[in-house]
Design a protein around this ligand. Structure first.
Ligand SMILES: [Zn+2]
Length: 233
């Protein structure tokens, strides 16, 4: 009974090796890296867009302020100064000076805002460009990943068929346990007793457990839940 599941596991190890080769391939890494790169570029673009729209809003506000002040200057310049007395002239002069001072500040703000907008738009273009390139590399990676899988397909199919045959000769209870652990990426599932320790996780078995394994020939490891068996000498 144990022999058949061990034989199954031995054959399955070949399939596990191929699956690992595929999962740890450069192509798979590129696919994963580029996928996360594309995602973060997209997130960054959303932030930049929000930023740009609030900058534009601010720009609109400042521009309106600027034109309102320009209008005030215009109306000041249209005044008939010959009809004004001394105090009124002084008041006009003060208003003109204040307006000029304010316009200088507004002008400065507009210049700095323009620069910010320009930088933001540039940032948007750069990020978009990087995102597009990452997308291309993602597609290329995906293509080579698919090619790799395709190149292994014959071997995979052959192993699967052989495993199916072996499965029919294997105890169903063992097989169910095996498949579950295999899905959890625990491999190998059946491990030999290795000098009183689990051959999977190396935990030393307490004497009560050692007695049990001597009695039954096998035992589930309390630590890693693999099945420990006593190897044939
Ligand atoms: Zn263990």
């Amino acid at each position: 009974m144990l022999e058949s599941i061990l034989e199954y596991q031995k054959k399955d190890a070949q399939l596990v090796a191929i699956e690992r080769e595929i999962a740890e391939s450069k192509a798979k890494k590129v696919v994963n890296q580029m996928a996360s790169f594309v995602k973060s570029a997209q997130q960054k673009l959303v932030v930049i867009e929000k930023n740009a729209s609030s900058l534009l809003e601010e720009f609109k506000k400042i521009s309106e302020e600027f034109y309102a002040d320009v209008k005030k200057v215009e109306s000041l310049s249209k005044k008939k100064y010959e009809t004004l007395d001394k105090d009124e002239l002084k008041a006009c002069e003060k208003e003109a000076n204040d307006l000029v001072a304010k316009l200088l500040v507004v002008e400065k703000n507009i210049a700095s805002l323009s620069k910010k907008i320009k930088d933001t738009l540039n940032d948007f273009d750069v990020t978009k460009d990087q995102g597009m390139k990452a997308k291309q590399r993602h597609t290329q990676g995906l293509n080579s990943y698919n090619e790799l899988v395709k190149s292994k397909q014959v071997e995979i199919d052959k192993l699967k068929k052989e495993l199916e045959e072996l499965a029919s000769k294997t105890d169903k209870k063992f097989l169910t346990k095996y498949q579950k652990m295999r899905e959890d990426k625990k491999f190998p599932v059946f491990v030999p007793l290795n000098a009183n320790s689990c051959g999977g996780c190396s935990m030393e078995l307490p004497s009560s457990q050692l007695n049990k394994i001597q009695e039954n020939g096998m035992l589930e490891c309390e630590n890693c839940h693999r099945i420990i068996y006593i190897p044939k000498k």
